[in-house]
Design a protein around this ligand. Structure first.
Ligand SMILES: C[S@@+](CC[C@H](N)C(=O)[O-])C[C@H]1O[C@@H](n2cnc3c(N)ncnc32)[C@H](O)[C@@H]1O
Length: 261
């Protein structure tokens, strides 16, 4: 079974493979730093279980990257960019370099962020916040505040590939509630999560299938006084025809949420 803290190396491996594609969906010059034997073995395991794994992770990354860039470029009033479960992804650093008025924050388990910073031997801009958001859930907000995160400022918060690893639906509900409390009005939350059962759901995997239908997700979000700006199944949002063969099988979905006053 996959160790959660090692899953970031597998998504890095996918991003590094993408660099060798004829028409890569994005550039990521850091991804290869995190590829090791463990990541290669885990990648093989994932591909045996889910033949669409590589393309799904690449397309998901492209879609989330495009959403973040869309909001940041089209509106200069965002002042904070926060990635929770950031793993070895370096989008926050990349965007912070271009938008000097934006403060970047990344949260992940201590071992992950320590490894990240030891491998990236250049000046790295985001504030790294070491926190296991399940085991130490009560420390999430205090750690953000003590690192300068301002809950009154407009933020863009994203969770790429994180919620699958949360213990259950109740926990996800509480977690999104905590996040909604650090979102000022018009802040944006972007995340992906499975909606509905797929043909892999009965296999013994580490992917969880909480909130099996959209109505459960939408009522949770509305109950928290949040609104869905955009929702879509990732296989159907794929404009690059990487997932054509798997449409109908993939249930991973994108959510873009906002908070109104
Ligand atoms: C599938 S990886 C995705 C990493 C990164 N967002 C990306 O797309 O490459 C999931 C990440 O969530 C982190 N994660 C999972 N559970 C966590 C927890 N309880 N607290 C903090 N981070 C967690 C893992 O350490 C890992 O880096």
């Amino acid at each position: 079974m996959t160790k959660i803290k090692d899953t970031g190396a597998v998504t890095s491996l996918v991003r590094s493979l993408e660099q060798k594609h004829n028409t890569p969906l994005f550039k990521d010059s850091f991804a290869e730093l995190f590829v090791d034997k463990g990541a290669e073995n885990m990648f093989k395991e994932k591909m045996d279980l889910y033949p669409h794994f590589q393309q799904l992770i690449a397309v998901r990354h492209k879609i989330i990257r495009d959403e973040i860039n869309f909001f940041i470029k089209s509106d200069s009033s965002f002042s904070q960019l926060l990635s929770i479960g950031s793993g070895y992804c370096t989008i926050v650093n990349e965007i912070q370099k271009k938008h000097k008025n934006l403060k970047g924050y990344e949260i992940d388990m201590p071992a992950v962020l320590k490894k990240k910073i030891s491998k990236i031997k250049v000046e790295y801009l985001p504030k790294l916040i070491y926190c296991d958001v399940v085991e130490k859930k009560d420390q999430l907000v205090p750690k953000l505040l003590s690192n300068g995160f301002n809950i009154e400022k407009r933020s863009l918060i994203f969770l790429e590939g994180l919620l699958y690893y949360m213990p259950n639906g109740n926990f996800i509900n509480l977690f999104i509630k905590t996040i909604s409390e650090i979102m000022s009005s018009d802040s944006i939350l972007i995340f992906d999560m499975q909606v509905g059962k797929d043909s892999y759901s009965n296999k013994e995997t580490d992917f969880l299938n909480y909130f099996e239908d959209l109505s459960a997700w939408s009522s949770m979000i509305e109950d928290l006084n949040l609104s869905i700006l955009k929702y879509g199944n990732i296989a159907f949002l794929d404009q690059w025809n990487r997932l054509n063969a798997f449409r109908g099988e993939i249930k991973s979905s994108l959510f873009v949420i906002t908070k109104h006053t």
